[in-house]
Design a protein around this ligand. Structure first.
Ligand code: ZN
Length: 230
């Protein structure tokens, strides 16, 4: 893929996330590693909404968090991206949003259950970052988030947001959408008195394993993009 097509993919990821309610005004960001320069990545600039990215305003950043390309501002929370990409050579795409249902759910201090299909995708474990509820604006905090994420694809930043990491942009976005939806489902069950029956853990793991595939990640991404154009 050319750098321009990677920028278009990143911009599309922002549109999909915003369309699905994960925007928080100008907060939240996405990044995509440059395959030809694995120590650098494309990132949403500061000061605009997730859906406002274009090939012209996307910035390029290195693994120390320094901006090396582009003129727009850099998010202070760049260290989520630089440190997760440093720790996870298997990952190329990172999403950080203040996904509202996930944030509300994180305040309950409860484990995420397989209330719906969505919860099944996290049946193998969902780390929760609790070292601070402040923003991740230092390299040390970024390293701590990457440590908490470990080899998982998603985590909750308690009282703050979510981080997802994957080999493809489509999967990182899909994990972000499914995590917010899983939290929404459990919140609804909590509002109704608390879930009494949830998916058997092994069945949930099985379902999560076979229903998370590149064709589904891509299908969901393209579907929401079509909805964005309606
Ligand atoms: Zn944040």
């Amino acid at each position: 893929m050319t750098v321009n097509s990677l920028k278009r993919l990143l911009a599309d990821a922002g549109r999909v996330l915003a369309h699905e309610g994960q925007g928080d005004y100008v907060a939240g960001h996405v990044s995509l590693r440059l395959p030809g320069s694995p120590d650098q990545f494309l990132m949403k600039p500061a000061g605009i909404g997730l859906e406002e990215m274009t090939a012209d305003n996307i910035i390029t950043v290195d693994l120390d968090g320094n901006k090396v390309g582009g003129t727009a501002g850099r998010h202070n929370e760049v260290y989520i991206h630089s440190e997760v990409l440093r720790a996870r050579p298997d990952c190329a795409a990172i999403v950080h949003t203040h996904a509202p249902y996930a944030v509300a759910f994180s305040s309950l201090g409860k484990p995420l259950l397989a209330v719906s299909n969505d919860g099944a995708f996290f049946a193998g474990g969902l780390p929760v970052f609790e070292e601070t509820t402040e923003l991740i604006i230092t390299r040390t905090r970024g390293e701590a988030v990457a440590r908490t994420l470990g080899q998982y694809g998603a985590l909750l930043l308690r009282n703050h947001g979510i981080v997802t990491a994957a080999a493809t942009m489509e999967e990182a976005v899909w994990l972000a959408l499914k995590l917010n939806q899983a939290c929404h489902m459990q919140l609804m069950a909590e509002w109704a008195g608390g879930p009494k029956r949830v998916g058997d853990p092994q069945q949930a793991k099985n379902k999560g394993a076979y229903a998370s595939r590149p064709d589904i990640h891509n299908g969901v991404f393209q579907y929401v993009l079509r909805r964005c154009k309606e």
